[in-house]
Design a protein around this ligand. Structure first.
Ligand code: NDP
Length: 296
């Protein structure tokens, strides 16, 4: 075990939260602006409840206002759209996120389309997707943004590196590809129809796994010395008594032997995601008030 190979997302996220809290304090003291984040939760999905509770707690800890709403599972799409419109119009709310997945009777696209793009701190609105794709200033999805911060902290300039992303979802794989392209990597996006995935992965100087399949990526899929970012969160049985634990998409032990650096699960990408959400809220609050965005 070589501890220096492990990319400590927990520590980097804590450092980012300190910078966010400092920027928040400056906004309050110098401009009388308190960033407000509204996380909207519909229904009682236990995992979503935990995520939203964590987001709300960390928002308050950073000195921001947590202005979220919890709505019953039977809330209609129309009623949810009205809540989003209210938050769009509320000047004390600078960031809005609607926790996904939504109950089946509500169309996620209609809800995302309704969020004011300037308050869209998840970066899922078409306008922010377009801005990212065309290299213009917008709000960037939190998980890929966190991955980029981890990579740049470890590697510095990423120019010219071969990057392979496994997974092409709108929330992780595709925005990750745009960010790596923007950082001058040569980018390959692999998915469930990719032929000979192990050899595609073996090309990567930077391998990002965002699949949702426990330990799918073996040690022999990794180029020696590569930097591995494991986005996957998979719950597996830990013992015969029915206890569970979280593992990534990468088979951590064997991968660690080969990789130059690797994120653990938990404690890698996960903590960066919420820290980036708080960062995006500060950025949104600055832009909405015509204040220069600090470097955080
Ligand atoms: P999706 O289910 O939306 O996408 C999964 C992607 O993986 C798809 O593009 C799919 O391909 C691809 N895929 C599935 N099976 C295979 C396979 N056998 N070989 C190659 N590719 C495959 O997932 P998300 O992007 O939303 O999430 C991915 C993982 O990241 C999950 O474990 C999720 O829990 C985790 N996650 C973690 C976050 C964090 O904060 N750490 C935040 C968000 C997600 P195709 O398109 O062809 O179907």
């Amino acid at each position: 075990m070589e501890p220096e190979k492990i990319i400590d997302g927990k520590a980097l996220a804590a450092a980012l939260r300190v910078r966010v809290a400092a920027a928040t304090a400056r906004l309050r003291d110098e401009h009388a602006v308190i960033p407000g984040l509204a996380a909207v939760l519909v229904g009682d999905d236990p995992a979503s409840q935990v995520y939203v509770r964590n987001k709300n707690r960390q928002t308050v800890e950073a000195g921001m206002n947590s202005l979220g709403r919890a709505l019953p599972a039977e809330t209609s799409e129309q009623a949810l759209l009205e809540v989003v419109e209210e938050l769009n119009a509320d000047p004390s709310v600078h960031g809005i996120l609607v926790q996904l997945p939504l109950p089946a009777h509500i169309g996620a696209s209609a809800v995302i389309d309704c969020i004011d793009p300037e308050k869209d701190v998840d970066g899922f609105h078409l306008r922010n997707v377009g801005r990212l794709a065309t290299g213009r200033e917008g709000l960037v999805p939190c998980t890929p943004l966190g991955c980029m911060m981890l990579l740049e902290d470890r590697l510095g300039d990423l120019t010219g590196r071969e990057a392979v992303i496994v997974g092409r979802s709108n929330i992780v794989g595709k925005p990750m590809a745009q960010l790596l392209l923007g950082a001058n990597c040569t980018v390959t996006v692999a998915h469930s129809r990719t032929r000979d995935l192990p050899s595609v992965c073996r090309r990567a100087d930077i391998l990002v796994a965002a699949v949702g399949r426990a330990r799918m990526i073996g040690g022999d899929w990794i180029k020696p010395g590569a930097t591995v970012i494991d986005v996957g969160i998979n719950r597996v049985a830990a013992d015969e008594a029915g206890k569970t634990r979280l593992v990534g998409d990468v088979d951590f032990g064997p991968a660690m032997e080969v990789a130059g650096a690797i994120t653990p699960v938990p404690g890698g990408v996960g903590p960066m995601t919420i820290a980036c959400l708080l960062r995006n809220t500060v950025v949104a609050a600055c832009r909405q008030n015509g204040i220069q965005v600090p470097d955080i």
